[in-house]
Ligand binder design. Structure first.
Ligand code: PAP
Length: 330
């Protein structure tokens, strides 16, 4: 059993119970060489599994909550910055935005690897409304209270090839004691084709939110990274309308949308001191690793045409009949 720093006896028992449970889950190797654990149809990275279980069991949603959901490396950091700015635009002007001094991942925190992994029962009731959280969990694994409440869910997806390559580069930057990262993208590729990747299978994540967005469009908004790259103004308006915080004509005339898109742009965020330096403890990664190239179609530098074709074919078969498709090049 693990020694825990959590103070109350109740919480200590809870953590030990989860520890025992995790040891019984099927396990595979992630790109970084660390284990992935399979629980209820999802592959969780080792640093998120306990938090994911605790989140599923204990989170109580409020109707005003906003949940940002995604597969890793699909535009989460960008969506956090955009949503935070839209929601708080009457409190902070872009020149005074907390984004200038705080990484997006600290302004909008992850349930699984941050809030519920640091503390099995975090006190989230005191946070100002609307609370904005983020999750890499699949729709059907979200706590019932999220699915039953009136809270809003925004899901961002990215084409599977860029998502895969972005995650490969990210995971290989982790330095874990006594763990050797996989040596090349080829080494983990067979697993990815079986859906074995951090928070995979990819197709189950996207399909869950895609179907939910069709069934409950007022509650679940489905965005694509490539669409944001193509027309950020249109996407920002869509996001603000979905959150019932539409931009007024006056705001549009005053250039508020352009200001937010500029503030949250890759070029602006990546060059900020706070994102160039510093370390995101929850993911065990420097802040700078969340900003790499931000290109649509960059996968072609790492995947051979046959690997890309093979993986796309698998994803297309899994998504067949759903109406969901991806743009894989600019
Ligand atoms: P996370 O799930 O670990 O939080 P996430 O933010 O979803 O990661 O994905 C990181 C990707 O988004 C990186 O893509 P790349 O590896 O292909 O370069 C990163 O560069 C890109 N990214 C980060 N911030 C932005 C932004 N403001 N605009 C566009 N893309 C961004």
């Amino acid at each position: 059993m693990e020694t825990t720093t959590i103070s109350s006896n109740g919480e200590r028992e809870l953590k030990d119970e989860i520890q025992g449970l995790v040891a019984s889950f099927p396990s595979e190797k992630n790109w970084d060489g660390a284990p992935l654990y399979f629980y209820k149809g999802v592959w969780y990275p080792v640093f998120a599994i306990r938090g994911a279980l605790s989140f599923q069991q204990h989170f109580i949603a409020q109707d005003t909550d906003i949940i940002l959901a995604s597969m890793p490396k699909s535009g989460t950091t960008w969506l956090k910055a955009l949503t935070f700015s839209v929601v708080n635009r009457n409190i902070y002007s872009p020149k005074e935005s907390p984004l200038l001094t705080t990484p997006p991942h600290e302004l909008v925190r992850f349930f699984e690897m941050d809030l519920y992994s640091k503390n099995q029962l975090p006190d989230l009731k005191q946070l100002p409304s609307p609370r904005i959280f983020s999750s890499h969990s699949h729709y059907r694994t979200l706590p019932q209270s999220i699915r039953d409440s009136g809270c809003k869910i925004v899901y961002i997806c990215r084409n599977p090839l860029d998502q895969l390559v972005s995650y490969f580069h990210f995971a290989r930057k982790f330095k874990r004691e006594n763990v050797k990262p996989l040596s090349s993208i080829d080494e983990g590729f067979d697993n990815v084709c079986l859906g074995i990747q951090s928070y995979g299978p990819f197709w189950d994540s996207v399909l869950g939110y895609w179907k939910a967005s069709l069934e409950r469009p007022d509650k679940v908004l489905f965005l694509k990274y490539e669409d944001l790259k193509e027309d950020i103004t249109f996407s920002l308006k869509k996001l603000a309308e979905f959150l019932v915080l539409p931009f007024s004509e006056k705001e549009e005339k005053e250039g508020v949308i352009e200001e937010i898109s500029k503030l949250c742009s890759f070029d602006n965020l990546k060059d900020l001191e706070v994102n160039r330096t510093g370390f995101f403890e929850s993911a065990g990664a420097p802040n700078s690793t969340f900003f790499r190239k931000a290109k649509v179609g960059d996968w072609c530098n790492d995947l051979s045409p046959s690997m890309a074709e093979c993986f796309l074919k698998i994803v297309e078969e899994k998504l067949a009949g759903s109406g969901l498709s991806f743009k894989v090049s600019e």
